[in-house]
Design a protein around this ligand. Sequence first.
Ligand code: CMC
Length: 431
Amino acid sequence: MQEIEKATLHICGKKIELPVRTGTEGETAVDISRLRERAGVITLDNGYGNTGSCESTITYIDGDRSILRYRGYPIEQIAAHSDFVETAYLVIYGELPNAAQRVTFSNLLTENSAIHERMVYLFESYPRDAHPMALLSAMVNALACYYPHLATNNHARDIVNFDEAAASLISKVRTITAMAYRMSRGLPIIYPRRKLRYCENFLHMMFSEPYDPYECEPVVGRALNLILLLHADHEQNCSTSTVRMVASSGANLFASAAAGVCALWGPYHGGANQAVIEMLQEIHAEGDDGSRFIAAAKAGKRRLMGFGHRIYKNYDPRAKIIGKSCGELLDHLGVNDPLLDIARKLEATALNDGYFIERKLYPNVDFYSGIMMRAIGIPLNMFTVMFAIGRMPGWVANWREVASNKSRIYRPRQIYTGHAIRDFIPEENRG
Ligand code: CMC
């Protein structure tokens, strides 16, 4: 980061000069990292809307101009020409792989696709109806128990084994997800097949039967690749900054990624894809064409799920890509989903409504992704897990940046607004 000028702050009778720094695309930041030391004050930024927590070389977003780039490549080009595995390599290692690198990476994913056989018993101890996100976070964290050589909590050592740990996580998370699905339905576990590609292998583990292998239509494989690669990274969102926060304490990749899964689960983040379908189902069941729901959202009684974004104050470029592919997938599969019609009506209404225009609320990636996943046969309670599989390369890349750069531990401050000092009250005197 280059220093371009100084900003002057007059505070508490002092004049403080603060470096102003700029990144590759000219985005500008006032560096306040020494402000407290020099002026005795901190900055307050509820929800971190104005706080840059790190420097990163992975993803660039300009939310006003609908721009998303992984390692400099526009998301539209990646969506048109790449697949999930190649995108994962790009996000993690910084460059598109050449043919040999691609083969090595694919082989590493294949070699690490199975989970330790004893982990299967873990699934059995959970209730059948356990939410797959709770299971996923537990299982990702449990990887540290079964593969301790990849999770020493010593960054220098963990970085030496990074390639294996990264491939293990990206590959096993798919196996864990499919196993959770099969177990929850009392179905026999289907093991990964070496010859299948990443997305096809996932669908095989989900939907094959021992006597009836699942045949993956190319259009379905492509749709799943698209969904996953569109989620591969999104700079310092809630889950990714959680991953970095945990990593900054020196924690290993599996622990950091498990924390990311937990942060992703909430309905304002990754849980939104499930919430969108629940909202569309509710609108459909009530015979509403969306107008009543929009009115309730404008009155502050409901939230139009899949709409709005902290960063995008214009169309989420991922939503544009996925909205188009969603229609194409459903047409190809001959699926007539009434929820797609409701979603389109909601979108058209909201985009022309003053409330949404004023607040710059546009569809985000979650608005259409659920409809695609439904068409592929993925159950509703697994949508956020699919987001987690897609986001794994981003978490891995961000963990690596923290682990290899000897970052300081993340430790924000606060403004205390509780009681002033008071004397302890013995129990018999309490009201
Ligand atoms: N429906 C109705 N009103 C909304 C919505 C919405 N989806 N989103 C924001 N608003 C209103 C909000 O009520 C507020 O209005 P006012 O200024 O009158 O109080 C204004 O817009 C600003 O909202 P905010 O809550 O301050 O915005 P934020 O940046 O804190 O929140 C958000 C961003 C994504 C959490 C929010 O837009 C939201 O809850 N959207 C629905 C959930 C969703 O789709 N989340 C997925 C995000 S994309 C996937 C990911 O990266 O996680």
